[in-house]
Design a protein around this ligand. Sequence first.
Ligand code: S3P
Length: 185
Amino acid sequence: MALSALPNYKARMNQYANIVLVGFMGTGKTSVGKGLARRLGLEFLDMDKVIVERQNKSIQQIFAENGEPFFRMLEKNLAKELSAQKGRVIATGGGIVLNPDNIKAFSGTGLVVCLTATPEAILKRVERDTTRPLLATGDKMTKITELLNARKHLYDAIPVRIDTSALQVPDVINRIIAISSGTQP
Ligand code: S3P
């Protein structure tokens, strides 16, 4: 977006409390979120990071010691807390869509954008990652496909979606800025 369009953007941005990025693991939420926040002069917040800091445990530890339902409860409480605040770009965890209340809360005051990617692109991005308990398995591709199939209807229900498979981070950022400023449907 041209710099001259920024004041207009800021005015329009007032209609949104936050820009909330959702999507499966490896779709680019964190990289895009950080860059988007920098471009817009907003604060960036990664929900998983907040949970890790508050629990003083890694995501793997929380899943192993407290179980996934406990993690989902922390996620739900944080979504409620953050949706009542303003001025941030928020990267959610990939499973945020599992509880419709989370999306309802964020959509109530913010612009929710779903990043998507093909299973192949996702695998490439998470191949060497060891921090995601749900992908801590020998055959990551099978697990990715399985989880994507189970969640497809939930990601598809978000009206604004961007396929990041063949895009660079700045391209995704430009698209979100265009959408949020109303210069693109
Ligand atoms: C999860 C995605 C992770 C993290 C946790 C569970 C999921 O976040 O919240 O491992 O259920 O898809 P990222 O999408 O940032 O990897």
